[in-house]
Design a protein around this ligand. Structure first.
Ligand SMILES: [Zn+2]
Length: 132
């Protein structure tokens, strides 16, 4: 019996996004399930002033997912029609790239990916950074 393979996602609370993110990470990154760290407009917290407490909560949750569950892939997710971070697609891409850089700076031995759930509720991969 092989071990359950965990992935990690920092995602919005939005219920339209989560199954799609799980399915994408299962298909593209071979995980069996995703530890979901959720905040309203999660991609925006890394680019906003005064959100350090949420960033720290995200870091602590991700650390458990990586260090205790052995996750090797961390996604940061933004999405179309986000009530928590109501900006246009271009700005979501900026926020997602910034979030990927921030998560990379945490130094976990995992692949960090940026995902955008578009207006057709399909996943676009924003960026991918390999850590060794
Ligand atoms: Zn949202």
């Amino acid at each position: 019996m092989s071990a359950f393979k965990f992935g990690t996602a920092i995602n919005c609370i939005d219920g339209r996004t989560q199954q799609r993110v799980i399915d994408y990470m299962a298909q593209k990154h071979g995980v069996d399930g995703v530890d979901m760290v959720t905040f309203p407009g999660a991609d925006g917290i890394f680019s906003s002033e005064g959100r350090a407490a949420e960033v720290e909560l995200a870091r602590r949750a991700v650390s458990i997912s990586v260090e205790r569950h052995g996750s090797k892939v961390i996604a940061v997710v933004g999405h179309h029609d986000c009530a928590g971070n109501p900006v246009d697609k271009e700005r979501h891409y900026m926020h997602i790239r910034r979030a990927v850089e921030k998560v990379q700076s945490w130094g976990f031995a995992a692949r960090i990916i940026g995902l955008y759930v578009n207006d057709n509720w399909q996943i676009e991969e924003v960026s991918q950074i390999l850590l060794t």
